[in-house]
Design a protein around this ligand. Structure first.
Ligand SMILES: [Zn+2]
Length: 78
């Protein structure tokens, strides 16, 4: 069979509604200065924000790990 399936008329369009999910990233970064080596846990909504992050000592941070974090599934930590 060929041709577009009519079943997908609205629900799977490319410009669907509700695209603003509150998805965030949790990243663990470490200072690039070996004498500092301070680890930072940052929460950001995109990678650009992580890219702009810097250690308090003025050195750049290197990303160690990044994980997706959905606030809806956030366990109660406190
Ligand atoms: Zn540092």
């Amino acid at each position: 069979m060929s041709g577009a399936g009519p079943a997908c008329k609205r629900s799977c369009g490319p410009s669907g509604s509700g695209g603003t999910l509150a998805r965030v990233l949790i990243a663990t970064l470490i200072c690039s200065d070996e004498d500092c080596a301070q680890e930072h846990d940052l929460v950001a909504d995109d990678l650009d924000a992580l890219d702009a992050a810097a250690c308090a000592c003025g050195c750049t941070l290197v990303v160690l790990t990044i994980s997706d974090w959905s606030p809806a599934e956030l366990p109660l930590l406190v």
